[in-house]
Design a protein around this ligand. Structure first.
Ligand code: PRP
Length: 212
């Protein structure tokens, strides 16, 4: 039997991903050690390998088959646009992709003004403004703390993830429009889905039972 390799998105989703796998008897104790600098973890008994990667790289590992399976947010899947199968909504990491800004920016969205939109997700922002709203905008790519942009007048609005809404509230910003709901998803390499179909389908079935 060959190894099945899992790429898990580092950060918020990693802990929940491991908890979910534990519920179906897939454990990887080595990986829980937060201080370890090791990159790849093996469960010899089950012939499984796990690694943590930057969220944005997970779809890349899966498309190229370096990982058979990935766990990553829908935001990253949409932004990266990789060729892979999205097989399951895992039901955790729920949040929303939104257009946010100060209340005063609401009118700019109504009247199709040429505005600047800052985001860590330029492809999602482009798709929303160009293909759904038919509004021409300038997209500015940022790498984090995107809520700063409208505060320091880099942009009029942002496209970003809203989970609890506290980052917005604490910075005097609000949701202006909702783009789509997000959550963690399981993705599978297209070749692995055929070659390892039985093992992968069993995994999906087991996960569905614990997720409900
Ligand atoms: C995300 C997102 C928002 C925040 C939303 O940022 O970009 O800033 O969380 O969460 P909330 O609605 O519960 O306040 P993250 O913490 O991932 O860091 P970042 O600034 O690097 O994007």
């Amino acid at each position: 039997m060959r190894y099945l390799t899992f790429a898990l998105a580092k950060g918020r989703l990693a802990k929940k991903s491991l908890e979910m796998f534990e519920k179906i008897g897939i454990t990887c104790d080595e990986m829980k050690d937060e201080k370890t600098r090791k990159l790849i973890f093996v469960n010899e008994a089950l012939k499984l390998k796990f690694f943590l990667a930057k969220a944005g790289d997970v779809p890349t590992y899966v498309e190229y088959g370096a990982a058979d399976i990935g766990v990553v947010g829908k935001d990253t899947i949409l932004e990266e646009g990789r060729k892979l199968f999205e097989v399951m909504d895992l039901g955790f990491g729920k949040c929303r992709m939104c257009v946010c800004g100060p209340e005063s920016a609401r009118d700019l969205l109504k009247h199709h003004e040429m505005i600047r939109v800052a985001s860590k997700y330029p492809n999602i922002a482009k798709d929303y403004f160009y293909n759904k709203k038919h509004q021409t905008v300038e997209i500015i790519k940022l790498n984090g703390s995107v809520e700063l942009a409208p505060i320091v007048n880099l942009s009029e609005v942002i496209v970003d993830i809203v989970e609890t809404g506290s980052t917005l509230r604490e910075n005097g910003l609000t949701i202006l429009e909702e783009i789509c709901p997000l959550s963690a998803r399981m993705v599978v390499n297209q070749v692995s889905m055929k070659m390892e179909n039985d093992r992968i389908m069993k995994l999906i079935k087991d996960l569905k039972e614990v997720i409900g």
